[in-house]
Ligand binder design. Structure first.
Ligand code: RAM
Length: 885
């Protein structure tokens, strides 16, 4: 295969490319029974008419179909550990193609019976809080194997070693899932690490998320590993964790994800003892649909100084998630303490006070690593069992100055594939975009986190808010799928969605703290996230998989709306209006959350949150019930289900909302920017009142001194809503506003990632709350979708059809957006010179695009590169020329 097919009379077409399996670049160890295969069409083609896949023993034959994404393997059932090579050729408008350069996948251990290993772990809880364990075993091989695979998982975080060499480059494995339901298994090719004779196998096991999450406090740490080696004579050797393994403590004394790691390099590993052994429990072991966490980049210091004689501060110039690597650890016994932080105090020293408020110092170690040197020249220190959120590190306890060459920051996060870029003529917006990218990078560590420092948790609201932006920057299809499985796993049988996925606190703790879950706009992530992933990646099976989770959440919220009334409303109107059964006005809700006028000091925040439990959130909650119901109706249509139930619920909730919260003059309750933005974005305002509602929104923005007033939930929609309703200039004014609250004010005050609070650094330079919270970065969607103009189209997911509709303004003279969508590269680049506007658009094969120029003219573009132009303000295009690519 791989030959190019040329038949007399048939046009010559090269081969498909970009072969992918599921949403992965490295499909090793898959546990999906029918992996889905995707490819991109050859350049120069426009449409696929058919395909033929050959995958192992399966030949699909010629299938007449335009589908080139996520085509399920339909061959003979796959065995555990089976490698399948595959290729595809396509019939297109331009002729038949050659065979694609082959792709591959390999299955992992497909059913629980394939696991013969047993869980092993320490027999007792260990010497200190958050102990770290060393586990050792071995196996004998007659010869160097032809092929060897290692399958590993753990309760805790493991690093695995074969003959002293670390296996693979994944970090913080096996990752964080809803441990009661799912545990991720990693598969490694260890062929090159094995040798004839005795082979040493070993692992370092720390608490990871098990040790960190109160929900899993009782779970014993454990390791499960199985090695399959096939010798040259076909003989197989199976090594597995079991009673013959030994356990000890060693140089890494303790590790906790948030607190940090303590390492004493003088310590040997030992004494060795027997392990505790458990049978494999029925927890479902499966491969992750997401790429692994890796060390992705290394940053050098940009400055160092001494705030006090015994302390050195290193500035890496960028807020990030990861750890510090140190060389030159000093003479034996030298103890070095590293405190990681995002902010400096008035003396120029690292502070973490802003993250926990007054309680910071009572919480004990936080973001602090300690290493004691063994005095061996060349020893390096790199903790691999805790990550921190930091830009600065304070180094204490070394008399010698740490040379800049001896310290570096290692950036650690899920190794997502970058798919989107933006640049424009205003360097401030390029910097803003870069800060958004770093905020995302700081908060994708197997789980989408709120921040990499304090909670480090998969808050539902935060992720649903940023997801569309994330999908403009990285391929988050597999990462988002993984998260949804955890959300569904942690969902209560009655549909209630927890605050975080995976959840890390027992439900009772949230209830006792008077912040019970099931919050509008947060729990609605159960519906919004699958829908947005479907739009960006076209994964219909994911929608089908989530359908039950999505609907049970909406049914839960609808039942609360039906059965409960807010006491204030009941007092005002003892006899409920008929539409009130669709008004969701009770329960605890985070609400719009973190609007500029909400308190950012700990005491003020506590009072604010306490009041949320009794407030009437009817306007916001009903808006989200409407939103989720209408998305469900659309999802039902995609899945071939009857949309009537949810279309009806969407209508009824819209009506209830209008009756209760919209007045004939277009004003809304509460009269805040977020309410207008949400109402306009979710289609709650009837056509006839949209202009009035927009006018009131504009007035609210002007009243705030031309400043935004939105919090977490409405900020992503603010600029788009203005742009869509004839107020593009105001959208640009807010985007470019330099006084707080604004995005550029954050940058002006030194932000390299988005802040949790709009006033994350106040007028006096004092930090409040987390400085690495991605939700406000959702503004980058405006840059891609409006400034560069690349927009998805409903009914044609994965950008099969899309629009390019740039909205020049704000004094920009050029902008460029690039998106590697599943079909290939989309590009929109424009330049404005005087009244002339020139645009170049690239449309990938297999897709189609409608372009709308700023003068209102529209054109349908076929795949290839097209240049268009118009006069700004003039009604006619000046030219349109197209070239195939
Ligand atoms: C904060 C988190 C998160 C937010 C919740 C409601 O503590 O950091 O960003 O979504 O609370």
């Amino acid at each position: 295969m791989g030959e190019r097919l040329m038949r007399p009379g048939a046009a010559y077409v090269t081969a498909p490319s970009g072969l992918r399996v599921e949403h992965l670049d490295e499909p090793l160890g898959l546990t999906t029974p029918a992996p889905r295969l995707s490819w991109q069409l050859p350049p120069g083609t426009r449409r696929q008419l058919g395909y033929r896949i050959v995958a192992g023993d399966w030949d699909s034959g010629r299938v007449t179909s335009p589908q080139s994404l996520l085509v399920p393997y339909a061959g003979p059932a796959l065995r555990s550990g089976q490698r399948v090579d595959w290729t595809v050729r396509v019939w297109t408008d331009a002729g038949v193609s050659g065979w694609a350069p082959p792709g591959w996948w390999e299955t992992g251990l497909l059913d629980p019976d394939a696991w013969t290993a047993r869980w092993i772990g320490p027999p007792d809880p260990g010497p200190e809080p958050h102990p770290v364990w060393y586990l050792a075993g071995g196996c004998d091989l007659a010869a160097v194997p032809d092929r060897a695979r290692l399958y590993v998982t753990a309760y805790g975080v493991y690093e695995f070693f074969v003959n002293g060499a670390r296996v693979g480059d994944a970090e913080l494995t096996p990752g964080f899932t809803s441990y009661g339901t799912r545990l991720q298994v990693q598969t490694y090719d260890v062929t090159a690490l094995l040798r004839p004779g005795r082979n040493r196998l070993g692992a370092v096991l720390s608490g990871g998320w098990v040790g960190w999450a109160p929900l899993y406090a009782g779970l014993p740490l454990g390791l499960l590993a199985q090695l399959d080696a096939t010798g040259p004579d076909g003989s197989t050797t199976l090594a597995r964790t079991g009673a013959d393994w030994r356990v000890a403590t060693g140089p890494v004394r303790s590790a906790e994800l948030r607190q940090g790691q303590v390492t004493d390099l003088r310590r040997d590993t030992g004494p060795w003892r027997a392990v505790a052994v458990r049978d494999v429990d029925p927890v479902r072991l499966s491969a992750s649909p997401a790429p692994p966490v890796r060390r992705v980049e290394v940053l050098r210091p940009v400055a160092t100084w001494r705030p006090r004689p015994d302390r050195q501060v290193v500035d890496f110039g960028q807020n990030l998630n990861g750890w510090v690597r140190l060389a030159d650890l000093g003479p034996a016994g030298t103890r070095t303490t590293l405190l990681h932080g995002e902010a400096l105090d008035a003396a120029g020293d690292v502070t973490v006070d802003h993250l926990w408020g007054a309680a910071a110092h009572e919480r004990g170690p936080f973001q602090r690593d300690v290493v004691v040197s063994a005095g061996h020249p060349g020893d390096r220190y790199e903790p691999r069992h805790a990550t921190h959120g930091f830009r600065y590190v304070r180094i204490e306890g070394r008399c010698a100055e740490v040379a800049a060459d001896d310290v570096e920051a290692v950036v650690v996060h899920t190794d997502l594939r970058r798919t989107g870029w933006f640049e424009c003529s205003d360097p401030r917006l390029d910097r803003l975009h870069e800060a958004v990218v770093w905020s995302l990078r700081g908060n994708v560590c197997d789980v989408p986190t709120d921040c990499p420092t304090r909670e480090r948790a998969g808050w539902t609201g935060d992720w649903q808010v940023i997801l569309p932006t994330a999908a403009y920057l990285y391929d988050v299809a597999g990462f988002g799928t993984k998260w949804l499985r955890d959300l569904a796993a942690d969902q209560r049988p009655d549909g209630l969605v927890r605050h975080c996925a995976p959840e890390f606190l027992p439900l009772g703790m949230h209830v006792a703290a008077n912040i019970p879950p099931g919050c509008a706009g947060f729990a609605d992530a159960a519906v919004i996230v699958p829908w947005e992933l479907y739009r960006a990646y076209g994964d219909r099976e994911l929608l089908a998989e989530q359908w039950e989770s999505m609907t049970s959440w909406v049914e839960y919220a609808a039942a609360v709306a039906r059965h409960r009334r807010h006491p204030d409303r009941a007092a005002r109107r003892p006899e409920p209006a008929p539409y009130e059964e669709f008004l969701w006005d009770t329960g605890f809700h985070w609400g719009e959350w973190r609007e500029p006028d909400s308190p950012s000091d700990p005491a003020g925040e506590r009072a604010f949150v306490a009041a949320l439990a009794t407030a009437d959130h009817g306007s916001l909650a009903t808006a989200y019930l409407h939103r989720s119901a209408s998305l469900l109706a659309r999802a039902a249509a995609v899945l071939g289900r009857d949309p009537a139930r949810y279309a009806g619920l969407a209508d009824a909730t819209r009506y209830a909302w209008q009756q209760e919260f919209l007045r004939p003059d277009g004003t809304v309750t509460p009269d805040r920017q977020a309410t207008y933005v949400r109402a306009l974005a979710f289609g709650l305002v009837p056509e006839a009142l949209r202009a009035d509602a927009t006018r009131h929104l504009v007035r609210a923005v002007r009243r705030a001194g031309t400043h935004l007033g939105t919090g977490f939930l409405a900020t992503p929609y603010l600029l788009p809503v203005l742009a869509d309703h004839g107020a593009l200039d105001l959208a640009y004014e807010l985007l470019l506003a330099e006084t707080p609250p604004s995005w550029l004010a954050m940058l002006d005050r030194g932000a390299t990632t988005m802040w949790e609070h709009w006033d994350g650094v106040d007028d006096h330079g004092v930090a409040h709350g987390s400085l690495n919270h991605y939700s406000k970065g959702a503004v980058a969607t405006f840059l891609h979708r409006y400034v560069a103009g690349i927009r998805p189209v409903d009914g044609a997911p994965a950008y099969r059809r899309f629009r390019v509709e740039p909205c020049p303004g704000g004094g920009l003279t050029s902008a460029r957006g690039v998106l590697d969508c599943p079909y290939g590269r989309i590009e929109s680049a424009w330049r404005a010179d005087g009244d002339r506007f020139d645009l170049a658009v690239t449309v990938p094969p297999g897709t189609s695009c409608t372009v709308r120029l700023p003068d209102g003219t529209a054109a349908d573009l076929a795949p290839g590169r097209t240049e268009l132009g118009c006069r700004l303000g003039s009604p006619r295009p000046v030219h349109a020329s197209r070239s195939a690519s």
